[in-house]
Design a protein around this ligand. Structure first.
Ligand SMILES: [Fe+2]
Ligand SMILES: [Fe+2]
Length: 160
């Protein structure tokens, strides 16, 4: 997991984390913090094992760590965070030694993480989407009534 830990300690990653943390200090809804990133990573890895995708752990964890990293840019300048995250992830992944092939899969999954991707050839896209949604504990959220998530999509109970 050396490359995953290189992402964590990369200066661009650290800066982006700090910006998100400051911007979300008073946020009552789900935050985009390390707890979220690691929940997504672990769920995505479980889904990957269940589906026998063969996608490597560093690729899954790296994608999860980076998928919302552009959130600060969205707060600051309105650029959709899936696009901002791709921009940041590109520079970080190259510096952390991910191959062109790995990067193209990871950046695709990040770019489409807000859209349900069902195509079989895009398995990382599908598992990231599913893990991202499943990671949110709506059933214990005190801000649930004010959340813009459609009620029929909320996690109102623990799912498999
Ligand atoms: Fe997101
Ligand atoms: Fe997310």
């Amino acid at each position: 997991m050396k490359r995953v830990n290189q992402i964590l300690t990369h200066p661009l990653y650290q800066d982006a984390l700090r910006i998100i943390e400051q911007a979300e200090e008073d946020r009552i809804f789900c935050k985009h913090d390390m707890e979220h990133f690691l929940s997504v990573a672990r769920l995505a890895y479980i889904y990957s094992l269940e589906d026998d995708t063969g996608i490597s752990k560093p690729v899954i964890y790296g994608t999860a760590l980076l998928h919302d990293i552009g959130r600060g840019k969205q707060y600051k300048s309105g650029i959709p965070h899936h696009e901002a995250s791709v921009g940041l992830a590109e520079s970080i992944l190259t510096a952390c030694g991910f191959s062109d092939e790995e990067q193209s899969m990871m950046l695709d999954a990040i770019l489409f993480h807000r859209k349900d991707g069902k195509q079989r050839e895009k398995r990382l896209r599908s598992i990231l989407y599913k893990a991202d949604k499943a990671s949110r504990n709506c059933f214990v959220c005190p801000a649930r009534d004010r959340c813009k998530w459609p009620k029929d999509q909320m996690n109102l109970e623990i799912k498999e």
